[in-house]
Design a protein around this ligand. Sequence first.
Ligand SMILES: Nc1nc(=O)c2c([nH]1)NC[C@@H]1CN(c3ccc(C(=O)N[C@@H](CCC(=O)O)C(=O)O)cc3)C=[N+]21
Length: 293
Amino acid sequence: MVAVKLDGVATAKAVKAELAERITALTARGVTPGLGTLLVGSDPGSLSYVAGKHRDCAEVGIESIRVDLPGTATADEVRAAIAGLNANPAVTGYIIQLPLPAGLDENAMLELMDPDKDADGLHPTNLGRLVLGVGGEITSPLPCTPAGIVEMLQRYGVPISGRHVVVVGRGLTVGRPLGLLLTRKGLDATVTLTHSRTVDLESYVRQADILVAAVGVAGLIKPEWLKPGAAVLDVGITRVVNPETGTARLVGDVDPSAVDVAGYLSPVPGGVGPMTRAMLLRNVVDAAERSLS
Ligand SMILES: Nc1nc(=O)c2c([nH]1)NC[C@@H]1CN(c3ccc(C(=O)N[C@@H](CCC(=O)O)C(=O)O)cc3)C=[N+]21
């Protein structure tokens, strides 16, 4: 079997085309959506993601406002930047690019955001709404990577309801909120959340109808662990720098030969990453629309 590629670039393009129409309608009503990014330090991965987010905004007609602080910034300086983004009327939504440099308390900073401007769905109020909203209409921003995973599965017609989703990784931006989202009424997956202390990871992976790997350990998931025909979504990103050329290559958590066993495969790069960015744009547009009603 050769897996169907879950093409994040093409799917994100379709999402962005739909968003561009909604942005045109918003602008006609006098609302210009604006995405702010707060980046502290100069981690190469973070610099690349933030640049991508600003390119995406330009593509669909969202203003973007970039705030960059040096890696030496103090907690007070970061708090002041957050207060500035909360107060800036041009910023209808923003993100704090994670991870923050060691020594800055991420959770404390996320808590200072205006939850109505939280484009990542990572403010405690919005994570709380995700927990409270067992079913029904979603009226708060969802974390972008989980939302992107669900959107991609749905657009490819991969069945979720009643299926066993095995998530590898319990991080704030992917694993933990993904379990909450997939078990909601309407999506109705059965979720097993595994992590670095899980005993016999392979035995869980083997049971997965849908596998999501989000730990950042290159090649962790072996093809022979997979149930043939499973949908496999690789979310891990390890940057491997070639010492001779200095260029970085992105390597996922899933051994690439999984393509011969899986039914669907979302690769790195070109899979969930572009969908994450598309969902960030969707959160900004959703929030701008909510501000009108
Ligand atoms: N507050 C916050 N929100 C996030 O959503 C967030 C974050 N912090 N910190 C880091 C992670 C990681 N992340 C990615 C987004 C896009 C790609 C992406 O577009 N990847 C491309 C390749 C990009 C490249 O070449 O560098 C791809 O997979 O095809 C990857 C990773 C968002 N994150």
